[in-house]
Design a protein. Structure first.
Length: 183
């Protein structure tokens, strides 16, 4: 049924202008806001606070609102990228108690990272020693995108140091891809 519904949604004129979508279990969700939440559950994909775009009821597509583009999202033309090596290295570092802040240095100097996604606790917060390394990283012209470890929530601009970029509602994995495309 999922495959049938996905084909039906992708072929519908009502689906134009909505970006990439995930169609599963009678739900239509934006690929930007959808996250896999459980490795064992059949209904694992969820669109948390941002919600779903629509549903399929009695074999009819029902969208909740007209097409719109999410705020702050740009379209990237990657048709000229032929090899993964053409995409800049961006590392995700997850904060935890006792994290060695020198991992930042390793990511830059040994792994050649051009950007780092910092998945912090709460609204993207880091320890004081981590903040010092992050500031050093900024001075090395390494782009830093602050995000959260939790499944949902926001990292607002006001909670991020001046040298960082707030991911707002984007999870670390999607933030990494966006930073790679932006660089």
């Amino acid at each position: 049924m999922n495959l049938y519904q996905a084909v039906k949604v992708s072929g519908s004129e009502e689906s134009l202008g909505r970006g990439f979508m995930i169609v599963l279990n009678d739900r239509i969700a934006s690929g930007i806001w959808t996250t896999k939440q459980n490795v064992d559950a059949m209904n694992t994909f969820r669109a948390f606070e941002q919600g779903y775009l629509g549903t399929i009821m009695n074999d009819e597509i029902e969208y909740y609102y007209p097409p719109t583009r999410p705020n702050g999202f740009h379209y990237f033309n990657i048709s000229n990228v032929t090899e993964a090596s053409q995409i800049p290295e961006v590392i995700i570092l997850y904060s935890y108690q006792g994290l060695n802040p020198n991992l930042v240095k390793v990511a830059i100097k040994q792994l050649g990272a051009k950007g780092i996604v910092l998945a912090g606790s709460g609204a993207g917060s880091w320890s004081n020693s981590g903040e010092i390394k992050n500031k050093e990283m900024y001075e090395s012209i390494i782009f830093q995108l602050f995000t959260r470890r939790t499944m949902a929530g926001s990292v607002p601009k006001d909670d991020v140091p001046d040298y960082g970029i707030a991911s707002e509602f984007i999870n670390p994995q999607k933030a990494r891809i966006l930073l790679q495309l932006s660089l």
